[in-house]
Design a protein around this ligand. Structure first.
Ligand code: CTP
Length: 403
């Protein structure tokens, strides 16, 4: 989603400078155009040639350029960018920006910058904890610079503590967020995702093929648009999106409890989880041993979470999913009505590009007024954008969101 976005990446002189290569690569992969400025100290840690190769552009290291490159000087770079990122940001560059010092190309460009600027501190834990550094960070926050929290873990100096560069996917996600219109700011969105597991004994359970990808994409995109997101997730193999609140559950009953405990604060609820409709009636505490007799598993109904919310919701936009193998639209319409949803997202397991484990989906969005939006195959992130566009439209219509 960074397609066509112009990013100026500033790299300063810390050991994490080598990770800026991976960041550049990730940004280019997302479709961004990247121009790199390196401080003199940064070039001691990583070669400008590496960044030049990865960004497909010359790397700027000098304040005073030959006249033929004049139009590429600090003002041009400041005007070129949709966003600025400094990663890693040393205590030194943070101090310089906070004090209004501009004595090299990076600090001068940042002084001239008017677009959003993301600063990713990375330094020794004691340096980060230094009250002067902390004061500088707070000062920058007050001036609307966006400062990422440093990671906690092993540092290059062999100590453990805060000061690691945030993980690259987290930085990329933060850049996505700061370039996305905050049109869902103030909304509290509860999203369920993934499958549930219904245990038979300590080693066996009944589940389904849901990967959680659609629900996680919704959580990510909702956050990008400024919403406060609570993600209630069944077991998945995905890395967790960085949202305000994550509740991990296993069974449908646990998911039911988590939703009931949390939904009243929400303005929007999106139930993307594939909840098991049934669970084994008896959970056997010890592992079930085999014998030669035939076996049957007796099942009992799980609570229908979305139906319960549908009965009780007041001013909440309720979005459900319907995964079908036949009669997609008719079944989806019936579920929308029966469970009192505002919107249903229908997808067929029979369609190419749709389904549980894929990175793409082919969805049809249906609202209560019968409006049907049939969309082509797209990534789950793009599908999430479309669903949230429609959610925003409904929020506006209701006019009573809890903003
Ligand atoms: N759902 C739920 N609780 C359940 C089962 C489903 O909240 N116990 C939600 C799902 O998260 C989804 C919607 O209901 O948003 C539709 O789920 P689906 O399983 O397709 O529908 P069912 O009504 O269970 O119908 P069926 O299984 O008969 O197709």
């Amino acid at each position: 989603m960074l397609k066509g976005k112009k990013i100026v990446l500033g790299i300063t002189g810390g050991i994490a400078a080598y990770k800026a290569a991976e960041l550049t690569r990730a940004l280019i992969k997302e479709g961004a155009q990247v121009r790199v400025i390196m401080t003199k100290n940064a070039t001691e840690f990583i070669s400008p040639l590496t960044l030049q190769t990865l960004s497909n552009n010359i790397v700027y290291t000098e304040m005073y350029l030959p006249s033929e490159q004049y139009d590429m000087a600090h003002i041009a770079l400041a005007e070129f960018a949709d966003a600025f990122v400094i990663a890693p940001a040393t205590g030194n560059i943070i101090g310089k920006i906070a004090s209004g010092i501009a004595d090299d190309l990076l600090s001068t460009t940042i002084m001239a910058a008017v677009k959003p600027t993301l600063i990713c501190p990375a330094m020794n834990d004691k340096m980060l904890a230094n009250p002067i550094v902390q004061e500088n960070i707070n000062k920058l926050k007050n001036y609307k610079y966006i400062i990422m929290e440093s990671g906690v873990g092993e540092l290059a100096c062999k100590t453990k503590g805060a000061g690691r560069l945030p993980e690259i996917p987290e930085i990329v996600e933060e850049i996505e967020r700061l370039l996305t219109p905050q049109n869902l700011a103030g909304e509290k969105i509860l999203i369920t995702a993934g499958p549930t597991e219904e245990p038979l004994d300590p080693v066996r359970f009944i589940t389904n093929l849901s990967s959680g990808k659609m629900g996680y994409a919704l959580a990510k995109v909702a956050r990008r648009h400024g919403a406060q997101v609570t993600l209630i997730t069944g077991p998945t193999n995905l890395s967790l999106p960085s949202v305000e609140n994550i509740i991990k559950v296993r069974t449908a009953q646990e998911m039911h409890k988590a939703v009931i405990d949390n939904y009243k604060k929400s303005t929007v609820i999106i139930k993307a989880a594939a909840v098991a409709d049934y669970r084994p009636k008896i959970f056997v505490k010890e592992k079930i041993k085999k014998d030669n007799k035939p076996r049957a598993i007796e099942l009992e109904r799980n609570p229908d979470i979305i139906a319960e919310i549908g009965q009780n919701k007041k001013n909440i936009v309720l979005v459900g999913f319907a995964m079908e193998t036949k009669n997609l639209l008719a079944n989806a319409r019936e579920k929308l009505k029966k469970k009192n949803m505002d919107l249903i997202v229908a997808n067929s397991l029979r369609e190419e590009g749709a389904g549980f484990q894929t990175d793409t989906n082919k969805i049809t969005i249906i609202d209560r007024e019968g409006d049907v939006q049939s969309l082509p195959v797209m990534t789950k992130i793009e599908a999430a954008e479309k669903i949230l566009e429609k959610v925003e439209e409904l929020l506006k219509k209701k006019g009573g969101s809890k903003k």
